[in-house]
Design a protein around this ligand. Sequence first.
Ligand code: 26Y
Length: 822
Amino acid sequence: IWNEFSKEESTDEATIQKSFIRHATKTLARSSYNMDQFAAYQATAHSVRDHLIDRWNATQHCHSVKDPKRVYYMSLEFLIGRTLDNALLNLNLKDHYKRAIGGIGFTIEDLVDEEVDAALGNGGLGRLAACFMDSLATLDYPAWGYGIRYEYGIFQQKLVDGYQTEYPDYWLTFGNPWEIQRLDVSYDVRFRGYVEKYVDVSGQTRYRWEGGEKVVAVANDYPIPGFQTKNCINIRLWSSKPKKEFDFASFNEGNYDKSVEEQKAAENITSVLYPNDNHMVGKVLRLKQQYFFVSATLQDIIRRFKKTSRPWSEFPQQVSIQLNDTHPTLSIVELQRILIDEEGLTWDEAWDIVTHTYSYTNHTVLPEALEKWAVPLISDLLPRHMMIIFELNLYFLQRVEKLFPGDRDRLRRMSVIEEGHPQYVRMAHLAAIGSHHVNGVAELHSELVKTTIFADFVEFFGKEKFVNVTNGVTPRRWLHQANPGLSTLISEKLGGTAWLKDLSQLDKIKAFADDVGFQNRFMDIKYKNKIRLAEYVKDVTGVTLSPDALFDVQCKRLHEYKRQHMNIFGVIHRYEKLKSMSKAELEKVVPRVVIFAGKAAPGYYTAKLIIKLITSVANVVNADPQTSEYLKLIFIPNYNVSVAEILIPASDLSQHISTAGTEASGTSNMKFVLNGGLILGTVDGANIEIGEEVGKDNIFFFGALTAEVEDIRHHQMYHNVAMDAKLQGVIKSIQSGRYGDSVIFEPLLGTLRSDYYLLSKDFTPYLEAMERVDAAFKNKSAWAKKCITAAASMGKFSSDRSIQDYAKRIWKITPVPTTEEF
Ligand code: 26Y
């Protein structure tokens, strides 16, 4: 009976409609006269979810029978976005549902638009985790994602008087059809308490962590279907619950507040995603989140490992754990603790297992983003862990001392503990010591990792431990789903959709780069995408855009190192130049639409001022009839994955202009080029590798090189260097009050005095690069050829390639396709 009824439902129109109506009436308790568009979305989602669950179960069954080595991707962030459209495409059900839903009187595109984003991440790091899950599923790897089910995702950004204001993102208001709560999968997590020393039966001195308070972690599963495979993997997101629902003693004493206090405190742990991107803030609750996540995840992994009763020594052959930055690094300490305190292994046996299990990805070398936690804070919250950290640091420094006798400064530099009042734990050192591999996310960045923050560690461990895995993006979401027009054209030319699982095949599209017919079709798709974006912009800002203009986009988190301020200064320069032009001169100008989008961390004052400057300039520029044909300036509010899906396919040019050496990789740069746009960028992060692939004629590079940056800074600091004349002009214009009361911008302009990010040095080269862009855009056919060649050169930047890199070189895992019998 089980086999008979658990088979995956068929996908003919009538069955889909039946399933839709069953969910509408039985799951949602709706009726035909009470079905709005949102309810229709929910019913569709539940119906699609049934297919996911079937495949998920089959995959789990297959993996438990075959018991392969698994990889666990631990990340505090998963920036998933919407699921419905992506699931339909990956399951190859889009057309079936389109027809079936159409038959019921709804349009699938409308329903897709009803879904709220799952925005459990800040930016690049979180979105990378989501792309990696798509690739792991598509390539049939036995993998799990582990994370936190925040009730509030990244805040919603609204503009009030041109300033960013933040609103809570309570994304679960109307339920979430994509998650499956597993009340049967839950673990206790301890905080605080004390450490007891005792002698065990064999006379060994041992420690146990006792007392304190406990909260419960409950699993919530998010199925991730692969593209054109039966495999469907899982992201397990933990939510916190109180251990005891209610303190009856306090309640009976009439102390109502106290009786719910603990409950509230427990639930608080997974309440909100911290909105800082590349900037460390040492909040206790954040540390609690990290340990809560780490503890629950390890208990789950160990439970699965123990099912097959293998000896502990086989753990590293069965389990590979990837740390997405240092945020889950306590996991290293926690595994050591479990092995010595609970499983009775010796320190050395345990440490050998730990260091063959973990690997760590570094996403930044910026000092302000490197995690360090105050020792007193960890001691209070996790007393046993603090002991273990000191102990492993001691053993580590003893090894360093042996190799480099008497080198006190080296010991200080390499120590896990930063001395001071208070002392701090350097999480990156802990992660590097506890891992068998450390990787950076693009060639340049991986070099910087080896020569800056981990230079001493390379000398100590050898360079083989430090590797590069260049980031990638999933072509399923970022081309097939976001740009169906282009995806269809490519499939037509390549004779099928196989390229979506092997992006290197895109190369064959280069053959059409000179074909005028193909160029026209390619650019017509771009044009339609620009119309789609213009409609969206009209909707959210009221501004009308011409799709004939060059669409120039910079969308990413706001950060001084990403230099959105250089972009807006450039816009001001362009605007003032337009104002000084004669009619005849104006007629030769390439019309331009400059679009910004991105969130600033709520406490990042300068970043918020940059937004205010952009919106202030936009108010002036967009209201100026003299220039309106030639320049429009837009700030799209609340940038998220869904906005990116509209924005990226519509860009002619995108800007990735970080000071050289600061942007570890960047991943939107890859998405833009894949969608037939060109990059204006610095010689930084993955821009460099994109340049190598597309060729120097198909990317606009400018600016100081990484190797020059330090000298330039030094020079600026000690030699009274004058600011670039054109930049001075821009500053003067802002100070004239032309864009509103200039006093508010003084703190932003003040940053240019020390100019850490080299805006002055790069400003003229930046403007010159812009002129090259304008000149190139005038020749339509040549521009089309550049875009086609560039897009067709992007094979390397599929996250499938990144994942295969990790799987073969770091995780040592092989694919396990779920076969028919499961
Ligand atoms: C310490 C904590 C507050 C923190 C939270 C989030 C620190 C960093 C982050 C996020 C970092 C991040 O998103 N980094 C980006 O990772 C991308 C994927 O590797 C890179 O492409 C991008 O260059 C890098 O900035």
